[in-house]
Write a protein that binds this ligand. Structure first.
Ligand code: AMP
Length: 476
């Protein structure tokens, strides 16, 4: 499917093109029409599925229809990192629209956020605590909200935000449209949806991190130079019926495809520099079984309707850990088994560490004649052993443990900083701020690690969490 088939406006399509997206992701394909139609919706999807654009694009489209001075869309999200990420996305997708987005979260100076609110906010992206503070001081007015998004609802509940969220939602008009996203659909989340949404359309995308459990994953430590030999030998194994070989770059995909051809393995290469026609043609040949190997980059593979595969090979370890889950999810679908083999050279060990932290287990090694005895890297100062965090734990154990992992110094520092920044606050709002500033509760699929780091850098580059940032919310 193409974005243009989703009946999005030209300005949004231009922004999507500029963002480099080629096709909508499954959650976008399903959610955008529902939200544009004005229906309530519950989406079971995690970060990494493209869920932010799934709600941001239709919201931006709806807000351009009539212009008013008041806040018409509110996005509630549990942590300031997510708030910043969502805010950044609204900025990216709304770059050609004249809408003002304001981002409110705890643990940062209030002044710039108040200033931004006073200048007017068509869209507010907020964590519950800071928004409630501003509502109490009559700085934020939700009486004209038409669209409400409850993002990462399960995490908001886990973090104890239910009372805050309830108070906020009750301050919005009851005839609003409400959209909720949650990575899990536990009983408490369903109860929340029953209370706050009206006959919602339910949308679920395959929870891709579950694929990690059904796929037989293997790792080969080898040198950069020997990767070609390894991949040729893997691809010529008769067990390989159909395979995708993922590379990091377009250039790498072309080069490898050429090399495979030279070695007698016919493949198609799919990446962002190919025209839609070329890609479709390659995909058809691959799907029909005429060609059993496809070499692809992550961006090109995202959103493509690729049939079930016997093997996925990661010629390069993906830079973004979430992409690993996405890649291996191409095999072992619907309970069937699949095999995913990752080649890792010395320089890729940091990326491997991220992947294994996300998986919460090491990928078992496969010995070949090209194997190298490389050691895994550990995160400095964390002191955990060779294989990240070890065995699987339940969600609550995981979250509990992570909180526990925080050192006293970190907690104290966070607390003092908040107090200093906020200039003193009531016990209730301090507690809320602490929650909002809390550590990342759990590793998440494609949590946009590098993206978030970029966001932070962007902030730092502008002199910290300062006022000038908010002005950027207005599109050109
Ligand atoms: P999200 O799940 O919203 O956090 O998005 C995860 C990542 O996917 C972000 O880096 C987005 O910029 C990216 N993304 C969102 N939609 C698309 C798309 N249609 N094609 C490629 N990348 C996308």
């Amino acid at each position: 499917m193409k974005f243009s088939e989703l009946e999005l406006k030209k300005d949004l399509l231009s922004a999507i093109r500029k963002a480099g997206y080629e096709e909508p992701t499954p959650i976008q394909e399903q959610s955008i029409p529902v939200i544009l139609e004005g229906k309530d919706m519950v989406g079971c999807a995690q970060t990494g599925t493209g869920k932010t654009a799934a709600f941001a694009l239709p919201i931006l489209q709806k807000l351009t229809v009539i212009k008013r001075a008041k806040t018409r869309a509110l996005i509630l999200t549990p942590t300031r990192e997510l708030a910043i990420q969502i805010f950044d996305n609204f900025k990216k997708y709304g770059r050609y629209l004249h809408l003002r987005t304001v981002c409110l979260y705890g643990g940062a100076r209030r002044g710039p956020q108040i200033g931004a609110l006073r200048r007017g906010a068509d869209i507010i992206v907020a964590t519950p605590g800071r928004l409630l503070d501003f509502m109490g001081e009559e700085l934020a007015d939700l009486s004209s909200v038409e669209l409400l998004v409850l993002d990462e609802a399960d995490r908001m509940l886990d973090m104890g935000f239910l009372p805050d969220v309830t108070r906020i939602v009750e301050s919005t008009p009851s005839e609003r449209q409400t959209v909720m996203f949650s990575a899990t659909m536990e009983k408490e989340v369903r109860k929340l949806a029953d209370r706050m949404l009206r006959e919602p359309v339910q949308i679920q995308v395959t929870p891709e991190n579950e694929a990690a459990d059904t796929v037989d994953q293997k790792l080969i430590f080898t040198s950069h130079e020997d990767k070609r030999e390894v991949i040729v030998s893997l691809l010529t194994d008769e067990a390989v019926e159909s395979a995708i070989v993922f590379t990091r770059t377009k250039h790498g995909a072309d080069k490898l495809s050429r090399e495979l051809k030279r070695r007698g393995i016919v493949s198609v290469a799919i990446h962002g520099d190919k025209t839609q026609g070329q890609r479709q043609d390659a995909l058809n040949r691959f799907k029909s079984g005429k060609i059993k190997v496809m070499v692809a980059t992550d961006v090109a593979a995202r959103g493509l309707d690729i049939p079930k595969l016997s093997h996925v090979f990661n010629y390069d370890v993906p830079e973004e850990a979430g992409a690993y889950i996405h890649r291996i999810g191409r095999t072992g679908r619907a309970g069937e088994s699949g095999i995913a083999i990752t080649l890792c050279c010395e320089a890729e060990r940091d990326a491997l560490r991220e992947v294994e932290e996300l998986l919460e287990k090491p990928i078992p090694e496969l010995q070949t004649q090209w194997s190298l005895p490389l050691e895994r890297k550990t995160r400095k100062g964390r002191g955990h052993a060779r294989h990240g965090r070890g065995g699987r734990r339940t969600g609550s154990q995981r979250r509990g443990k992570q909180r526990g992992n925080r050192t006293g110094a970190e907690n104290r520092q966070g607390h003092v900083t908040q107090k200093q920044r906020a200039g003193g606050a009531s016990g209730g709002s301090r507690r809320r701020r602490r929650r909002e500033q809390g550590p990342r509760p759990m590793p998440n699929i494609n949590n946009g690690r590098s993206e978030r780091e970029n966001v932070s850098d962007e902030f730092r580059g502008r002199g910290g969490y300062s006022g000038s940032y908010y002005g950027q919310g207005r599109g050109r």
